[in-house]
Design a protein around this ligand. Structure first.
Ligand code: FBP
Length: 565
């Protein structure tokens, strides 16, 4: 098709490259807490302590330890502050709402002073070290408001933890006259943000560092942080897909669907999706570990429910499996620990080299303890090979590559066949497998994440204006309407303790796993037997961006139960 040079081709082009929803969504103005809608004053609490190992953390962070929690309140003051140049980094896995953190930060720094500038470092923390950056202007920001993804500047998993990196960073920060850096990341990235804040404070470099809590996994939360951004949208996206599968399942009544859900270690995503969709089975890794269950116990648990449903003629169902399950089975955890050790050369600390796969497997089998060898041999051959052979760049076993959904369904099929022979089961067991992870990480942020992220970014600008460093931007009370949300900052050292990582003691932010005495798990545990037997599926449908508030603005069930709303 050929167009004359009129306005028509432009409209045609826009409609070709953007969906109708994207165009409408660009106009959405995220909500801000009332306190952030005008000038603010910082109300400071008492001095804080770290959650563990206080003396050690205090020694490691002499400049950023013990700072007070901050809450912003509306103020009458209107004096304009000087312009400030700010840098921003997206770190780690994508999470819906990252673009809104950046647009909130942009609007925030411009409201401090229109001459302020925002620079984005490209492809994660590596961009700071390699001096790879771009200025984020209003035109660029406007293209990305309320969109999913991290593609505005890209993300990466380079860890900012060495002095040489900090020194390379300060070179470019000085060149661009950047006085504050905002690092948007998970627990490890925020730990590193705090180390960087401490380093720059100790050296008196005059650069503030502020963190923002990101990860779909939902494991960066504590007394101060209600939820990490992206968890809401990712869980709603997976729940839509699970609901669709459940409706298909309930229509055809011939398959058991085994669905693995991302989340690395913690089972927050699987649990939230279970609360939203009421599947027949949902495994929770933290419970498997607490009950010291074996893989066999897990298989028996699933097979028992399959057999009970089959006895009623229901040869179908759904099973949700958290990504980290395998690592939480105590016997396999022990095996993985020993595999990581024997496959590392003690002299160099580097992964051992082998001539080929067979040599590597033979080495493993002759070097691991008898009980671990027995566990290895009890696994299906391909899984055992995967455990022995697939390593990450640090030499560790790559547990996340194991297709747990297929492993479990195969083992359940075997168990049911044994029971059939023994006359204990009479049914059909046909399976389908799914893994949901990347499908949800870049979804267009729900209204909750759009508002929450914009507020987190805008609030980060207020922490910068207040001269703070070593703080994480926090927004609380988020199950209430946005106007009532509480904005402020928490010193990152407050969330830290010492943990053993790669053979060394390190200060880290404590990761939040599913609490078995917490309200979300207790609700699930009280209902799961009923969901296993009856078919009580809920079909949440797609995320809605426009419409009644009870459809569009709900937070996760996890948050609602935790805050008892
Ligand atoms: P973050 O903790 O960096 O937010 O990443 C979360 C996550 O999506 C995990 O759920 C998953 O195990 C991992 O990233 C996958 O990583 P990658 O994107 O490198 O494949």
């Amino acid at each position: 098709m050929r167009f004359h040079r009129t306005v028509t081709p432009l409209i045609y082009y826009i409609h070709m490259t953007k969906s109708a929803l994207q165009i409408a969504r660009a106009a959405y103005q995220p909500k801000l807490p009332k306190a952030l809608q005008g000038p603010v004053v910082a109300k400071e609490g008492a001095a804080t302590q770290s959650v563990g190992d206080q003396e050690k953390i205090k020694q490691l962070f002499p400049n950023t330890y013990g700072l007070p929690v901050i809450e912003f309140e509306a103020s009458a003051a209107t004096t304009q502050q000087p312009a400030v140049n700010v840098g921003v980094i997206l770190s780690g896995g994508q999470a819906p709402g990252g673009h809104n953190v950046i647009s909130g930060l942009f609007d925030g720094v411009k409201s401090i002073n229109p001459a302020s500038k925002l620079y984005g470092f490209i492809l994660g923390p590596g961009g700071l070290v390699d001096h790879n950056y771009m200025e984020l202007t209003a035109d660029i920001i406007d293209e990305y408001r309320n969109t999913g993804g991290f593609d505005i500047i890209g993300s990466g998993r380079t860890k900012l933890e060495k002095e040489e990196q900090f020194e390379k960073g300060i070179e470019i920060l000085r060149e661009l006259n950047i006085k504050a850096l905002v690092i948007i990341g998970g627990d490890d990235s925020n730990t590193n943000a705090c180390v960087l804040a401490e380093y720059y404070a100790a050296k008196k470099y005059g650069v503030q560092v502020i963190g923002c809590p990101k990860t779909i996994d939902g494991d960066l939360k504590n007394e101060q942080i209600e939820t990490s951004f992206g968890f809401d949208t990712a869980c709603k996206t997976y729940s839509e897909l699970i609901g669709n599968i459940q409706r298909d399942c309930n229509s055809a009544r011939k398959y058991w669907h085994f669905i693995k859900l991302m989340g690395r270690s913690a089972s927050h995503i699987a649990l939230e999706c279970a609360l939203q969709t009421q599947p027949n089975i949902c495994l929770v890794s933290e419970e498997v570990e607490a009950k010291e269950q074996s893989l066999d116990d897990v298989v028996n648990y699933i097979a028992t429910i399959v057999a009970a449903r089959a006895a009623k003629g229901d040869n179908y169902g759904t099973v949700l499996i958290p990504e980290g399950l395998i690592e939480f089975i105590p016997a396999i955890k022990k095996l993985i620990k020993e595999l990581n050790e024997v496959l590392t050369d003690p002299a160099t600390g580097e992964p051992r080299e082998f001539a080929g796969a067979e040599e590597q497997i033979a080495f493993v089998e002759s070097h691991i303890a008898k009980d671990n060898l027995a566990v290895l041999k009890s696994l299906p051959e391909d899984v055992a090979r995967q455990l022995c052979l697939d390593r990450d760049p640090h030499g560790n076993v790559q547990v996340s590559l194991i297709e747990t959904e297929k492993l479990l369904s195969r083992m359940v099929a075997k168990r049911l066949a044994e029971w059939k022979q023994a006359g204990k089961y009479d049914g059909k067991f046909s399976t389908q497998h799914h893994f949901f992870g990347y499908e949800g990480r870049c979804a267009a942020p729900s209204n909750y994440d759009a508002d929450y992220c914009y507020s987190l970014g805008f609030n980060a600008s207020r922490l910068i204006a207040a001269g703070k460093t070593g703080y994480m931007s926090i927004i609380r009370n988020t199950t209430a309407p946005a106007a009532e949300w509480v904005a402020g900052g928490v010193p990152i050292t407050m969330m830290m303790n010492i943990e053993r990582r790669n053979g060394a003691d390190k200060p880290v932010i404590r990761k939040a796993l599913v609490e078995l005495d917490g309200a979300p798990f207790r609700y699930f545990a009280a209902h799961r037997d009923e969901w296993a037997q009856a078919t009580s599926y809920v079909y949440p449908g797609p995320i809605q961006y426009f419409g009644p508030t009870e459809v569009c603005d709900q937070s996760t069930k996890t948050l609602q139960l935790e805050q008892a709303r």
